[in-house]
Design a protein around this ligand. Structure first.
Ligand code: SME
Length: 179
């Protein structure tokens, strides 16, 4: 049963990440735990990062399990960029019916993308999961995956502030604007 699997998974993830403060380590183990337990086709995070040579931000491929995937996704593009823009989970029963869907793998048939919010309420990453079957994801997936993404929130914020500060310094800006 999906419900029971997710309950155990959520408890496993809480135990796994307890006391850990590195966001990449946390995202890596969460992606692995979800992927192994649920048997999805592709499970991973895209992180909101400064776009090199620009003041804009973009989604950059983060820790994941599954086949190789596209590495950069602009704001508002694909399911991932749209979830970032809307600040909301998107469930796609059939990727061919989603305008602008980015096909990293031609085998992906359905998808769910869940935003990860910082404690300040900004989208700092998205969790993207693909399935080789149509209509794999429903409200049960949405609820549990949103809970799992909330567990990441407390860890992500300070690191992103630091990364942005460093990036701004690298670009020669003195103010180090925060996201
Ligand atoms: N399908 C996603 C792109 C990422 S891959 O599925 C791993 C999208 O449309 O944003």
């Amino acid at each position: 049963m999906k419900h029971e699997k997710y309950q155990l998974l959520t408890e496993q993830i809480k135990a796994l990440i307890e006391g850990e403060t590195n966001e990449v380590a946390v995202m890596a183990n969460i992606a692995a735990a979800i992927h192994e337990t649920m048997g999805f086709w592709w499970t991973g995070f895209y992180r909101v990062m400064p776009k090199v040579g620009s003041d804009e931000k973009e989604l950059v491929l983060g820790p994941f399990q599954g086949p190789v995937a596209c590495m950069h996704i602009p704001f508002g593009r694909g399911v991932c960029g749209t979830a970032w823009e809307r600040r909301a989970t998107i469930v796609v029963p059939d990727v061919e019916q989603f305008p602008g869907h980015i096909a990293c793998s031609s085998l992906s048939r359905s998808e769910i993308v869940v935003p990860v919010f910082s404690t300040a309420g900004e989208v700092v990453a998205v969790l993207d999961i693909d399935s080789k079957e149509l209509a794999t994801f429903d409200d049960t997936d949405r609820q549990y995956l949103e809970t799992i993404c909330q567990l990441v929130s407390n860890i992500v914020l300070p690191h992103h502030h630091i990364e942005y500060h460093h990036q701004d310094e690298a670009n020669g800006k003195a103010d180090g604007a925060e996201i």
